[in-house]
Write a protein that binds this ligand. Structure first.
Ligand code: SF4
Length: 608
């Protein structure tokens, strides 16, 4: 098969044994790779109803046919498991160089099951896998761990590691990969905690296999045609990184602040991309062979934190650790973001969980004695302390480590009304109230509060009617197909959206035809996206998800945005119910949100 290694590696961490299975062409064409392949593997290998920390849970690392080709943004991989936060199917992608190196091992997916008896790391090379002791690395930061592994295994390897948070099974623990030109984080869903529950500190990859392309000339022609739109579309990302979004989204009245009390933030300018670049930009960083270089390294040159060098906080991290907490101190955001990366924490879940704490403190549902340190709106020193306590489950950090939803349940009978989460996953920085496409998108997302199921990007276009619910269920479904296909190829979202289009269409079909040689149409790709979404839904249905779970945060349904350009917007329960009816009809699911036999048959999922 062109575009594939054609092999899947299964590693039993309990015994160290591994085995190889062939990836059949029919499976590859039905699911592409990455997301689709991970959904298949988790559906087939994770028994229903188990705890996410059960050794029977599996962690899948997967790449796709586009990985390690010449397509911009091709060095992207995906981690998937049953999430300890949502208890459902979850996948999260990351860049850097690790993804291309995994592809060079000749394995399209690596499946880790079991639990090592002692702290270990996994090395995957072209011949298979071995487990090595990692006791000396336990307790160390993600960056220290990766650097130690490069020293031990050689500079040509790549490593991704968990930090103390993953070891302590913090339900939103992340994984981080460091390469000289880019730091990359797989942040969401607590997949780092699943790895930690397996006593696996890191996964190291080493390989030199080349990805064969069916029609190099056709791929070259496509890339030449898309070079200019890509360059133009990514100009702001190249210049400022994702923080460039702070200004325009705040201007739209869609930047959540003070735990959603408002959706404007008066001090947005000082934490936006332009100002951050002016004061802190040190150098650009980029994933392997990507011309965009949306990553930035920052340096603080004066004041209390002079000498600090750290990765730029992404837009999502700025939202969660900044406006949501009433914090407008850019250096605090740089420090908090770096701390989360080093300790291995998802910045979005961390910030949104702390935002709940701020409001609960204000209401008297929590006291300073409960929290153990002074904290409240705008208190960035308290935030930094609580981030550390969370990663190590110290004191109140042990409760924060459970995520906003579980913490709120333990705090007050109405605690969850203050939580900005869907399916217990804290929401990111794209408004569930000001963008109706995201109201239905979040409610129906496999992962819950994720902006990588239904995409916000098309909804920010001036021509997009973000206020009306008309056609939004169909929009959400189509956008979910797009993200499922993109994460199965596996492509960076920034390069794909801006270079090849916001929905599955002919450019993607041309890309897949050129790489694989299959005579794939855009319609077939759309149907692959639908198949993957349905497979994920089947996983979740098996875990008990029905219509009642496809809901929105209480504030989104009951508290209109109070002021600013989106004043009055929210998604009341009857409006959500009408959109859900329409969405299930588009999907061919029954009124309770369960895929029907007819639609499953049409998608080739008769015997899932
Ligand atoms: S656009 Fe940014 S995240 Fe995407 S591949 Fe390029 S450098 Fe990496």
């Amino acid at each position: 098969m062109k575009g594939y290694g054609g092999r899947i590696l299964f590693v039993d961490c309990s015994t160290g044994a591994s085995r190889v299975e062939a990836l059949g062409e029919s499976t590859a064409r039905a699911l592409l790779g990455g997301n689709g392949l991970a959904a298949r593997l988790l559906y087939d290998h994770v028994p229903p109803g188990i705890d996410a920390f059960d050794p029977l849970n599996a962690v899948v690392f997967a790449v796709g046919p586009i990985t390690d080709t010449t397509v911009p943004g091709n060095s992207r991989a995906l981690v998937a498991a049953k999430s300890p936060l949502t208890g459902l199917f979850f996948d999260s992608t990351f860049g850097g160089r690790w993804p291309a190196t995994l592809k060079r091992t000749g394995f399209d997916a690596v499946v880790l099951i079991g639990r090592a008896a002692t702290p270990s790391y996994v090395v995957v090379d072209e011949s298979g896998a071995r487990l090595e002791p990692a006791t000396a690395l336990w307790g160390r930061s993600t960056r220290d761990t990766v650097n130690a592994l490069l020293a031990a295994e050689g500079a040509d390897v790549d490593a991704i590691a968990i930090g103390p948070a993953g070891e302590k099974r913090v339900r939103f623990a992340a994984l981080a990969h460091y390469w000289k030109n880019r730091e990359a984080v797989s942040g969401r869903g607590g997949l780092g905690a699943v790895l930690g529950s397996k006593n696996v500190k890191a996964v190291v990859v080493k390989g030199a296999r080349k990805t064969e392309i069916a029609d190099a000339a056709a791929l070259k022609a496509l890339l030449e045609e898309t070079r200019e739109p890509l360059k133009k579309g990514t100009a702001a990302l190249s210049t400022f990184g994702t923080p460039f979004l702070v200004g325009p989204i705040n201007a739209l009245g869609a930047l959540g602040s003070f735990n959603l009390r408002r959706e404007v933030f008066d001090q947005a300018r000082v934490i936006g991309g332009e100002s951050m670049k002016e004061h802190y930009h040190d150098r650009d960083t980029t994933c392997l062979k990507c011309p965009v270089a949306c990553g930035k390294q920052y340096a603080i040159t004066a004041g209390e934190f002079a000498g600090t060098r750290a990765k730029m906080p992404e837009y999502e991290s700025i939202f969660a650790l900044g406006p949501m907490l009433g914090i407008a101190e850019p250096e605090a955001l740089i420090l908090a973001n770096d701390l989360c990366d080093l300790l291995g924490l998802d910045t979005i879940s961390m910030g949104v969980t702390l935002a709940f704490v701020c409001e609960a403190l204000e209401r008297g549902w929590l006291s300073e004695k409960d929290v153990g340190v002074p904290f409240g709106w705008g208190d960035w020193r308290g935030m930094l302390r609580l981030v550390e306590m969370t990663a190590r489950r110290e004191g109140f950090g042990d409760r924060l480590a459970e995520g906003a939803w579980r913490l709120a349940e333990s705090v007050h009978p109405e605690g969850t009304r203050l939580v900005y989460a869907v399916k217990r996953l804290e929401l990111p920085a794209h408004s569930a109230r000001a963008l109706k496409g995201l109201s239905i998108g979040y409610a129906t997302a496999t992962r819950g509060g994720s902006h990588h199921d239904t995409r916000p990007t098309p909804q920010y276009a001036p021509t997009f009617d973000r206020r009306s619910t008309a056609d939004k269920p169909a929009f959400a479904a189509r956008s979910q197909h797009f993200t499922a296909v993109g994460d199965s190829l596996v492509l960076c979202r920034f390069t794909s959206e801006r270079g090849f289009g916001l929905f599955v269409d002919e450019p993607y079909a041309r890309m897949v035809r050129a790489v694989t040689g299959w005579d794939v149409s855009a319609a077939e790709l759309e149907s692959i996206g639908e198949r993957i979404v349905n497979l994920e839904r089947l996983f979740n249905v098996r875990e008990g998800v029905r219509r009642a779970a496809d809901t929105l945060p209480w504030k989104v349904m009951h508290e209109p945005i109070p002021d600013g350009p989106s004043a009055g917007m929210h998604c009341p329960p009857d409006e959500l119910a009408a959109m859900l009816d329409a969405y299930y009809a588009v999907r061919g699911w029954d009124p309770d949100g369960v895929p029907t036999a007819t639609r499953l048959k049409a998608l080739g999922l008769v015997n899932p």
